[in-house]
Design a protein around this ligand. Structure first.
Ligand code: CA2
Length: 176
């Protein structure tokens, strides 16, 4: 596992959940599974702990609250996992907030929106996401935690590691 030496090391993973996910487990289990959001929170806390990480687990039915959680995550997290639920497909405000986050952002979904109705095929969140995990029920969240741990959850989204290519020495046995 990559060593976490960046200044965000030690900060929690923010897990942000959008509208109606507070009702999980009560309806449409064939699409969203039987786990409640509280179940998913416990599973996430345990998985994060196994990577030496902690979580801040948040849910709101209000777009403005979600924007505020994401603004808070800029200075207070080592990475963000977001299931924006219905706002995935509509919210420019959430996209704008995500674009201001330097840490890695993983978009998650319980179902696979690409295999569902056309209106779910567009995701504003994807435009700002480092990666996307969908269609695996509660496991989507757990794999997103694994992904952040594997990334070190510290690397800036755009700043690729600088590599200084060594100049080949003249006549040093290289291909002629
Ligand atoms: O699959 C996902 O995780 C979604 O983000 C869930 C959203 C949906 O609008 C996205 O297209 C995909 C819907 C969340 C609705 O939550 C429910 C809670 C209880 C029962 C039924 C749905």
């Amino acid at each position: 596992m990559a060593k976490n030496t960046n200044k965000t090391s030690g900060l929690p993973i923010y897990i942000v959940n959008g509208p109606n996910l507070n009702l999980l487990g009560s309806r449409e289990p064939e699409i969203y599974g039987r786990a409640t959001l509280a179940d998913i929170e416990s599973l996430c806390a345990a998985r994060a702990k196994s990577h030496g990480r902690s979580i801040v687990f948040l849910q709101s039915n209000k777009e403005g609250d979600l924007v505020e959680y994401l603004q808070e995550a800029r200075g207070m997290s080592c990475g963000v996992i977001i299931n924006a639920a219905g706002y995935t497909h509509t919210s420019v405000a959430i996209l704008d907030a995500l674009q201001m986050i330097a840490q890695p952002v993983i978009e998650v979904h319980l179902s696979n929106p690409a295999a569902r109705e056309n209106f779910r095929h567009r995701s504003f969140v994807s435009k700002a996401a480092t990666g996307i995990i969908a269609g695996l029920g509660a496991n989507s969240y757990l794999l997103a935690i694994d992904a952040l741990a594997a990334l070190g959850a510290t690397r800036k989204k755009t700043a690729a590691k600088k590599t200084t290519a060594k100049k080949p020495k003249k006549n040093s046995g290289g291909r002629k």
